[in-house]
Design a protein around this ligand. Sequence first.
Ligand code: HEC
Length: 476
Amino acid sequence: MGMSLLLHKKTKPIIGILTFITMFAVVHSSSGHAEENVETIYQKNCATCHGENLSGGMADSFLNDEWLKDGTADSLAYYIKKGASTRGMPSWEGTLTEDQIRSLVIYIKEQRYTLLREAKKPDNKSKTITSLGHTFNIGTIHTAESILWAVEYLPDGSMLVTQRDGELLNISADGKSSVKIKDFPEVWHHVQGGLLDITLHPDYANNGWIYVAYAATKDGKKGATKIARGKLKDGRWVEHQDIFEAPDSAYSGSGRHFGSRIVFSEGYVYFGFGERGDRETAQNMTTSNGKIFRLHDDGRVPKDNPFVNYENALPGIWSLGHRNPQGMVVEPNTNRIWEAEHGPRGGDEINIIKRGANYGWPVITYGMNYDGTPITHLTEKDGMQQPKHYWVPSIAVAGITFYDGNMFTKWKGKMLAGGMGVQELQLLSTNEEMIDKVDVILSDRGRIRDVSVAPDGAIMLVVTIDGKGHILRLSI
Ligand code: HEC
């Protein structure tokens, strides 16, 4: 399944087209995992000295904070490659490939995080928590019939909540009553696909438009994520309009990587799709999977979109090379769009989305395959963006938002990120261009799918516990 894609500009080539083409002319193969997985490589070659569970033995433990240099991924890779002969660490560069060495670095980081976290045994029962400068209450205000995805706040104080199996719910602010919206379109509920994000138009007060992302099917076998809008009238969904219909090439039977989040910025609507488990499509401009789009609020393509003049490129594309966008938020004041995406094992990312940029999947990644075989040792490449942060291990990052309320004053302007896999709510501090600090606010309260700030400043989490959606409220 090699992929080669040349973009042809509709008009005569202009200067710069060559560098542009090389950005995309990347052929990547990731087939055949006859390879040993990283666990086996570690246990066979490293465990005798470093311990089966990293706790050391003949060599020092990987679980303390003592490092030969600084414990960064680069320095770990360096010592695995070159060894530290005076200390008794062999060099592995002749024996292991660069890809395998990269996966060992991910493995050491991942195991260290997981083992240290388990040793801490977080308190997941208490109704009052003190964390990072705030003491707050945490309580479940609503439990649904099945998995919930996203929350949006209506001017009357109630919430619109998406249930992945296709129900749109109107839930009272206190969580006590829930009504199903009638006449909502049919949704294809298929593994990770279903009814996903919901967002109000910035001018909702005047026009009443509500935007939704959901998986749709034509034949019951294959589906793709669609973006639509509609209005609410007497508890019914009315005036439905499709805003973005995926091309046939995006339809897939896969149950994975549907995306999606919807945000508005400076009059445009932005939304992203996952690559449905077919990696190479993230670099293929003829299909919508693995891309972020930018459209006018009624679905028209803006004339100044980056790829409108390229043959075979979908004109709505704003950026490419995404694996599975699961969080998107516009930063207050700067209007920058931050995106969180599920990477492979050890490769979840946060990006700032720029016009026409390529985010690199699957050509570059900080992660490896879930079975512990390498994808590539390439973590960067010319013409491809670097993430603003990546997580090892992957936290299965989902919803992100900037805290802009008045309740948790010490967290104002910082980013909240929910993790499904690690079940953590994290607080990310951003500087100009990077995430420069990551702290854990709380853990073990369920798989956090969505994080939002209620009108009163409370932090609301949509979590999954035992296949059911819950809405948790954090308040002071
Ligand atoms: C013969 C014993 C031995 C084996 C086998 C061995 N190591 Fe080491 N390793 C050491 C010693 C000794 C050091 C030096 C520092 C110490 O005492 O921890 C070290 C250092 C390291 C460091 C640098 C850590 C730091 O403090 O920055 C890394 C990373 C590392 N080893 C990874 C591996 C990996 C991965 C393997 C298997 C592919 C491996 N080692 C196999 C003995 C060993």
